[in-house]
Design a protein around this ligand. Structure first.
Ligand code: BG6
Length: 509
């Protein structure tokens, strides 16, 4: 029998608890995130009877909306972006708990008004002073909102008051540290929930289960058996209507520093002592502390950026990044980035981790591929060209699952080998769709479980790792020197070369 930790309910990835009565205050109530994700996720929880009846939602934004207008706006969001209202009585019940409070993010008076309104709601709805403040606003509003919430005494109770901060958390190490100080001035770390929606994905959480609830992979999960690891987040979308944000962000800040780094740290971390927020986050921080760009002094060996040019997606012509609406025609913002990380610890010394992400690639796919070493001696001489090393692929999305590629003998008189897959698929094994990431994250926050949220030191370490690339790439550069790749095609020759020079190839997905 394995040792069982005492009190298994004190773990992070358990379920089936109901939050306390509380008020969720959403700053940025008129924005996309609220309408597409947050309100539909809360309604879904209501449908699943996960919320006590007292749970109340207060939207805050500048527009002078009424409660009824916010209710209607929310209803449209649920109808358009989730599986609909369903039972009309349930909606009525939900709508009665929806309120709107117009306010300016940087005006103290708005917070006083909000505070009084929340206290009034406590009396009417029995929410007992419990609050979740969700900052679904642009990053420039984070500092004033946090300071004002603190000054108004709305974050003073470490048990009753929680703060949720959307990404991006800073734009480099300095700004992340500054923002952490703003937060730490007004509340304790156990009140803070920094969002990385990748952590809310079922398949990302399964990484922990896969690694630490099975014995057969752990002995192989190290430098003795692993040749290298490739982590890919490929997207088909372009910049869409987000040029204003994306031009100042780019693929490194928008995706790699957060989502890919999360996938990386969960793949590379050591086993936590227990499945609670701090044990897990301690291990993630520890592995990040041991991580560096492969060659920070010769950046071209450790990082490469690129930009999509015009091309074809699903048979339709699409514009290049520099011709997208709102984008500077001489922009040097990367829409693709690949990096090579090394981890200086006993487990991973000498094993490169290649991370890549890009927009306008041929397929939307997120995966982690653990590429094992070649066999030490190939005895199947005639099949030499065909023997491929084993690969374990964790498919994060779509087609969620895991597959293990190994060599098999092809039927017939000749001794010929071919790669075949052992495959696990969520769809066929569990027969149910995986829940939206925001559903999980909101629920965990209401339950006070920080496991799937980024801790202050973790976010700073993630920025530290990519700092040499940021520093070099933020310097002005001739736009002609940014490698271009065709929209709808995989990497350009430069990007291929980034891996080929190590004697390896990017996986074709
Ligand atoms: C967001 C980025 O955080 O993640 C977007 O800002 C990106 O640019 C998105 O498209 C990808 O998320 P997902 O869940 O679709 O992989």
């Amino acid at each position: 029998m394995p040792a069982l930790l005492e009190n298994p309910l004190r773990v992070g990835l358990r379920q089936e608890r109901t939050p306390e009565p509380l008020i969720i205050v959403i700053f940025g109530a008129s924005g996309d995130l609220t309408q597409r994700k947050l309100v539909p996720a809360l309604y879904q929880m209501k449908k699943e009877r996960r919320l006590p009846p007292e749970v109340t939602i207060v939207g805050v934004a500048r527009r002078p909306w009424s409660h009824d207008f916010f209710r209607e706006h929310s209803r449209q969001g649920i109808e358009e972006f989730s599986d609909g209202i369903g039972n009309e009585e349930l909606w009525q019940d939900f709508a009665e708990g929806l309120f709107y409070c117009a306010g300016n993010m940087d005006e103290s008076a708005s917070y006083q008004k909000l505070k009084a309104f929340l206290e009034e709601l406590d009396g009417k709805r029995g929410t007992r002073g419990n609050r979740v403040f969700y900052l679904a606003v642009g990053p420039k509003f984070f500092p004033p909102a946090i300071k004002e919430l603190g000054a108004a005494g709305m974050l003073s109770d470490p048990i009753k008051h929680r703060l949720v901060i959307e990404k991006p958390f800073g734009k480099d190490l300095n700004s992340a540290q500054t923002l952490n100080r703003v937060v730490q001035n007004v509340c304790k770390e156990e009140q803070v929930y920094r969002i990385d929606h990748y952590l809310g994905k079922e398949t990302v959480q399964n990484l922990l289960v896969f690694r630490f609830a099975n014995t057969i992979f752990e002995p192989l999960w190290n430098r003795h058996y692993v040749d290298h690891v490739q982590i890919t987040v490929a997207e088909t979308v372009g910049v869409e209507d987000r040029a204003g944000y994306y031009e100042t962000s780019g693929a490194l800040r928008d995706m790699l520093q957060n989502h890919l780094m999360q996938l990386f740290s969960l793949t590379a971390m050591e086993a936590p002592n227990a499945l609670n927020a701090d044990s897990i986050r301690n291990e993630k921080v520890k592995v990040l502390q041991a991580t560096r760009l492969a060659d920070p002094h010769n950046l071209e060996y450790a990082a490469i950026r690129g930009q999509y040019k015009a091309g074809w997606m699903k048979g339709n012509p699409v514009a290049g990044y520099r011709n997208e609406p709102g984008v500077n025609p001489n922009s040097t913002t990367p829409t693709y980035v690949a990096m090579k990380f090394m981890v200086d610890n006993w487990r991973w010394q000498g094993v490169p981790f290649y991370l890549r992400t890009g927009k306008r690639l041929p397929k939307k796919v997120t995966e982690i591929a653990i590429q094992f070493r070649e066999v030490p001696l190939l005895i199947f001489q005639s099949a030499a060209q065909q023997a491929n090393p084993n690969v374990l692929v964790l498919r994060i999305q779509p087609n969620e699952g895991i597959s293990l590629r190994f060599e098999a003998k092809m039927p017939g008189a000749d001794l010929r080998t071919r790669s075949v897959d052992m495959d696990f698929s969520y769809g066929s094994s569990f027969g149910m769709a995986t829940a939206d990431a925001y559903h999980r994250l909101l629920l965990d926050c209401m339950l006070g479980d920080q496991t799937l949220f980024t801790r202050a030191d973790e976010v700073e370490e993630a920025w530290r790792v990519v700092t040499p690339a940021l520093a070099a790439w933020d310097a002005p550069v001739d736009p002609a020197s940014i490698p271009q790749y065709e929209a709808g095609a995989w990497e350009s020759t430069e990007m291929e070369f980034f891996l080929n020079r190590d004697g390896r190839r990017w996986r074709r997905l």
